[in-house]
Design a protein around this ligand. Structure first.
Ligand code: DGP
Length: 114
């Protein structure tokens, strides 16, 4: 999608530290990490936000969680625990309009989130 930062990362038009890629997903380190491990898992398909997810995307979204799970294991944060976050819409703080799962770990998390 024209103008989308994450589509530009997908096309290697802007650099990112990529940690995983397959035919339907990409994962890379967040530019502004909020935890020792902070990785974004995105679909290659441009979906703006959770609100735009369609039934046909069910397996794609499940795949992203599966990928995040595998990365958490590789990062060594699986045992102690980690958090997956999807911000949806302005009030959630979503700032990039290409759906993404934040994988956060490596420190104790607080609840509720801010
Ligand atoms: P959200 O607020 O949920 O839309 O999260 C967007 C995240 O994307 C935020 O934590 C910062 C990260 N981010 C924004 N632009 C870039 C970029 O160009 N490269 C990388 N690696 N991360 C980015």
């Amino acid at each position: 999608m024209e103008g989308c930062m994450f589509c530009k990362i997908l096309k290697r038009e802007i650099p990112a530290t990529i940690v995983y890629e397959d035919e339907i997903s990409l994962a890379f380190r967040d530019i502004s990490p909020k935890a020792p491990t902070h990785i974004l898992v995105i679909p290659k398909k441009h979906i703006r936000t959770v609100v735009e997810v369609k039934e046909e995307d069910n397996s794609l979204l499940g795949h992203l969680i599966y990928v995040a799970n595998g990365i958490a294991k590789k990062e060594g944060i699986s045992e102690k625990g980690f958090r997956l976050v999807i911000n949806c819409g302005l009030e959630s703080g979503q700032s990039v309009w290409h759906i993404h799962i934040h994988l956060l770990g490596g420190r104790k998390m607080t609840w509720p989130p801010g």
